[in-house]
Design a protein around this ligand. Structure first.
Ligand code: PAF
Length: 290
C-alpha cells in the first residue's frame, strides 16, 4: 500500500492507472476507521482493480465551535486497517495542499442542504458546502469509477448523488447500509467520545427509530414520529431533529402513499452529536391499519 500526500501525486497515479485501463474504487473518509468504513472498503475491493481511500479531516465542513480540533485522529492505526482491508493507495493530504493560499471555490447544492443537518439550528448549510466541495475535489483528482459512502449519513448521500449528477461526474455513487454495533448503535468515529454511561444511553437512538417503524405500521406517520421522539426523550435525549422526509428530495413526508420514507434523527448524548436514520417502506410493510 502506498501513501500519497499531495494532489500532484494523485494526478500522476491517475495518469498511470488510465494507461493501465484498470477500474478504480474510491472510499472517502475522515479517518478513525471503524467497521462501517470497513464495509465500504470491502465493497470497493471486491468490485474494482484498484482501491483508493482518502483520509482527510476536512476543515470546511465543520462550523466554528464544532469538534474539528478534537475530531479523533490516528493515522498509524488507519493505515494499518487500510492495509489489512486491501487498500492500494491512501490519499492523506494536509489542509494546505487541499485549500492552498488563494483558494476560493465552493461547490453548493441548493435545496437539499438547508434542512435536517443543514438547518441553522443544526450544522448549517455551510456543512454540506464543505462536504460537496471536498468530494468534488476528490472525484476530480482520483476520477474513480465508483465512490462509496454510508447510509448513516443519509442526507449527505442524497446531496452527493445530486451533485455528481448535476456536475456530470461519471463516477457511480454507491451508498451502502449502515453498520451497527450489536446493540444497534450506528458505527461512527464520534462514538469514541462517549463515556460508558452515554454509550449505553445512545442505544435509545436506534431503538427510537425502530419504535417509529413499528408504530407507523399500526397507526400512521404522525403517531409514529411522536412515539419515536417520546422514546428518545424518555432516555433523557432531546433530539436536534427527528423528522420524516422523502429520501430523494428531502421534502417533508406526509406518510400517504407508498413511497419510502426516511426518518432521520440527530441528537447530542452528553455533548456528543450522533445521527441515524431508518428507511420505512410502506409498500413492503403494508401492515398499516385503515
Ligand atoms: O462522511 C464523511 O466521512 C465525510 O463527510 C466525507 C464524505 C469523507 C467528506 O469529508
Amino acid at each position: 500500500m502506498k501513501v500519497l500526500r499531495t494532489p500532484a501525486e494523485v494526478h500522476s497515479l491517475r495518469d498511470e492507472l488510465r494507461n493501465r485501463a484498470v477500474t478504480v474504487g474510491l472510499v472517502p473518509t475522515m479517518g478513525y476507521l471503524h467497521e462501517g468504513h470497513d464495509s465500504l472498503l470491502k465493497a470497493a475491493r471486491e468490485e474494482n482493480d484498484v482501491v483508493v481511500m482518502s483520509l482527510f479531516v476536512n476543515p470546511t465542513q465543520f462550523r466554528a465551535g464544532e469538534d474539528l480540533s478534537t475530531y479523533p485522529r490516528d493515522e498509524e492505526r488507519d493505515l494499518a486497517i487500510a492495509g489489512q482491508s486491501g487498500v492500494d493507495y491512501v490519499y492523506a493530504p494536509l489542509p494546505d495542499d487541499i485549500y492552498p493560499s488563494g483558494y476560493a471555490t465552493r461547490v453548493e447544492v441548493e435545496g437539499l442542504t438547508e434542512v435536517l443537518c443543514g438547518s441553522e439550528t443544526s450544522r448549517g448549510p455551510g456543512h454540506f458546502a464543505g462536504v460537496t466541495t471536498i468530494v468534488a475535489k476528490l472525484l476530480n483528482a482520483v476520477d474513480p469509477d465508483v465512490a462509496y459512502f454510508g447510509q448513516k449519513d443519509a442526507q449527505q448521500a442524497t446531496v452527493i448523488r445530486r451533485m455528481a449528477e448535476d456536475l456530470e461526474f461519471r463516477t457511480r455513487i454507491d451508498i451502502l447500509p449502515t453498520v451497527r454495533e450489536r446493540d444497534g448503535l450506528a458505527m461512527s468515529s464520534r462514538n469514541a467520545y462517549l463515556s460508558p454511561e452515554a454509550r449505553e444511553r445512545a442505544t435509545a437512538i436506534w431503538a427510537s427509530l425502530l419504535e417509529t417503524e413499528t408504530v407507523f405500521a399500526e397507526s400512521g406517520l404522525d403517531a409514529a414520529l411522536d412515539a419515536g421522539r417520546h422514546h428518545l426523550e424518555s432516555a433523557g435525549i432531546t433530539p436536534e431533529y427527528f423528522e420524516a422526509r422523502y429520501p430523494g428530495t428531502l421534502d417533508p413526508a406526509d406518510g400517504e402513499g407508498s413511497d419510502p420514507i426516511l426518518v432521520a434523527v440527530a441528537a447530542k448524548v452528553d455533548g456528543t452529536r450522533l445521527i441515524d436514520n431508518i428507511l420505512i417502506e410502506p409498500e413492503r410493510d403494508n401492515r398499516r391499519k385503515p
